[in-house]
Design a protein around this ligand. Structure first.
Ligand SMILES: [Zn+2]
Length: 188
C-alpha cells in the first residue's frame, strides 16, 4: 500500500510537472510565433526554476566579433551552444550556453544574427527545460526511452518545425527519418 508520505511526494511532483508543462508551453508558443529571442529571455527565469526545485547554472557564452553569416561559422556557433548546454541531474541544474551579439563600440548596436540561429538557440533552451520535465516526472514526455529522441518527438508533436541542426544532434535524424519511413510504409 502507498504510504501517505509517498502520496504527498507524488502530489508535489505532479504539481511541479504541471507547472513546468505550462511554463514550457508558453515558451513553445513564443517559438512557434517566431519570437526566438523573446523565447530565449523567457527561459532565463531563475525564480521560476527555483519554484520547481531547479536551478539555472552558469555556462559558457560566445561573443560575436562579426556579423554571423558564414555557414561554417554558424555551424561552429550552433555546435558550441549545443555542446555547452545540458541538464545536470545531480544538481537539478539547467545550463544553457549564451550567444551575445552586442558590439563594444556601436554605430549599430548589434552584429547580425540570422533568425534561424536564434531559433536553434531557443530550441536548445526548450530542450534543457524538457529534460528537467523528464527528470522530475521520472518518465518520458513523448513515450520514448532515449531522452534526446523523446524531446524531439515531443517538440514535433507540439507542432514545432525542427531544424537541421537540432535533428543532427544525438542521432535524432536517423530515428526521425526512420520513423517517417515507417509512416510512409504504413500508408501503402
Ligand atoms: Zn539533450
Amino acid at each position: 500500500m502507498e504510504s501517505s508520505v509517498d502520496h504527498e511526494l507524488q502530489l508535489e511532483t505532479n504539481q511541479k510537472v504541471e507547472k513546468l508543462i505550462e511554463f514550457t508551453n508558453n515558451g513553445i508558443d513564443l517559438i512557434k510565433n517566431g519570437d526566438y529571442e523573446k523565447a530565449i529571455r523567457y527561459f532565463e527565469n531563475e525564480s521560476f526554476a527555483e519554484s520547481v526545485g531547479l536551478q539555472l547554472g552558469d555556462s559558457k557564452t560566445i561573443f560575436l566579433h562579426n556579423d554571423l553569416s558564414n555557414p561554417q561559422q554558424i555551424d561552429d556557433v550552433l555546435n558550441f551552444i549545443s555542446l555547452h548546454s545540458h541538464f545536470n541531474h545531480k544538481y537539478s541544474e539547467i545550463k544553457i550556453a549564451g550567444l551575445i551579439n552586442s558590439k563594444l563600440h556601436p554605430e549599430k548596436t548589434k552584429y547580425f544574427v540570422p533568425q534561424d540561429v536564434w531559433k536553434d538557440v531557443a530550441l536548445v533552451n526548450l530542450e534543457e527545460w524538457l529534460h528537467a520535465v523528464q527528470f522530475i516526472s521520472k518518465q518520458p514526455i513523448a513515450g520514448e526511452d532515449d531522452d534526446e529522441i523523446d524531446v524531439a518527438l515531443y517538440m514535433r508533436a507540439k507542432g514545432i518545425p525542427l531544424t537541421e541542426h537540432f535533428l543532427s544532434m544525438h542521432g535524432r535524424n536517423k530515428f526521425i527519418n526512420g520513423q517517417k519511413m515507417n509512416d510512409n510504409l504504413k500508408k501503402h
